[in-house]
Design a protein around this ligand. Structure first.
Ligand SMILES: *[C@@H]1O[C@H](CO)[C@@H](O)[C@H](O)[C@H]1NC(C)=O
Ligand SMILES: *[C@@H]1O[C@H](CO)[C@@H](O)[C@H](O)[C@H]1NC(C)=O
Ligand SMILES: *[C@@H]1O[C@H](CO)[C@@H](O)[C@H](O)[C@H]1NC(C)=O
Ligand SMILES: *[C@@H]1O[C@H](CO)[C@@H](O)[C@H](O)[C@H]1NC(C)=O
Ligand SMILES: *[C@@H]1O[C@H](CO)[C@@H](O)[C@H](O)[C@H]1NC(C)=O
Length: 243
């Protein structure tokens, strides 16, 4: 029996190297089924988190009393505008509720936002227990040079993300002649965790790129933890697209 259920909603664009509009949902297979009260609390919580995240780009909220209390977190990617932020988090709130309706622990990663709720307080805790990944199938032209560029770019971005003013977010690109690519990368931590946890989470995510991304023999990959995620592609995917 699977320990959890992963729902992958994706739409492939005409070019196979471009994976757009991917949403990953994790519904924990925790045998705790929400009580009627808890279920109502999750509905209220998600409405609150969706609304507050639309306004502030990041929010945490608690709803309910005693053992029916539920905790939620919503956050938009550092570079998306408020229109895209709002539509992402509203869709996410609906989707996570539909797909994880019998769960007391659910997590969602969309292109432009992340959303999570649980029956236990997870705020400020580093969570690297569950990891999801998405990778493209196309191979780089010059694999060993490509692997070096990925390592260099991700390490640079990661060190920028932990600068306090950056709020756990960084993006950037490198053009490499030996690898014959321009590589685009992004790193994002959830804003409830400390700078040290952010660093720890990103180090783990980047360190796991070879293992989770087919030994970097594919042209794009995302490593998704609940407290942070990293992504690289050979096409621009963050805003503004030409930066
Ligand atoms: C919460 O506590 C009440 C009584 O203390 C109990 O009846 C109920 O099953 C508990 N709910 C959960 C979700 O544990
Ligand atoms: C928000 O960003 C999207 C994607 O770049 C763009 O299509 C849209 O026009 C932007 N909206 C506003 C109000 O800037
Ligand atoms: C949730 O549980 C109910 C009752 O057992 C079941 O009918 C429904 O299909 C379940 N929903 C999902 C998404 O698994
Ligand atoms: C399952 O949910 C209960 C109630 O929220 C929690 O105490 C427990 O830690 C969870 N178990 C797992 C394996 O997540
Ligand atoms: C670099 O990539 C382009 C486009 O994919 C290709 O046409 C060209 O031959 C490549 N050059 C080298 C030196 O690999």
């Amino acid at each position: 029996m699977a320990l959890f259920r992963i729902i992958l909603l994706l739409f492939l664009s005409s070019c196979t190297a471009v994976l757009a509009d991917v949403t990953v949902e994790y519904c924990s297979d925790n045998l705790t089924i929400p009580t009627t009260q808890m279920s109502a609390n999750i509905d209220s919580l998600l409405a609150e988190v969706a609304s507050a995240t639309s306004k502030n780009r990041f929010s945490i909220a608690t709803y309910g009393k005693g053992n029916d209390t539920v905790y939620g977190l919503g956050q938009c990617r550092g570079d998306v505008n408020s229109t895209d932020c709002s539509s992402c988090i509203q869709d996410a709130a609906q989707s996570i509720r539909t797909n994880c309706q019998n769960q007391t622990d659910a997590r969602l990663w969309a292109e432009n936002c992340v959303l999570r709720f649980a029956a236990i307080n997870f705020f400020g805790k580093l969570d690297t227990n569950e990891v999801e990944r998405i990778f493209n199938i196309d191979h780089p032209q010059h694999p060993s040079a490509f692997k070096k560029v990925v390592a260099a770019l991700m390490s640079k971005i990661s060190s920028e993300a932990i600068v306090p003013a950056n709020n756990g977010f960084a993006k950037g690109k490198i053009t490499s002649i030996p690898a014959n690519v321009t590589l685009y990368g992004l790193a994002q931590c959830t804003m409830d965790i400390s700078r040290n946890f952010c660093k720890e989470c990103l180090n783990l995510a980047i360190g796991n790129i070879p293992k989770l991304c087919k030994d970097v023999k594919t042209v794009g990959c995302r490593v998704l933890y609940s407290s942070c995620y990293v992504r690289y592609e050979i096409y621009p995917f963050y805003y503004p697209l030409d930066a």
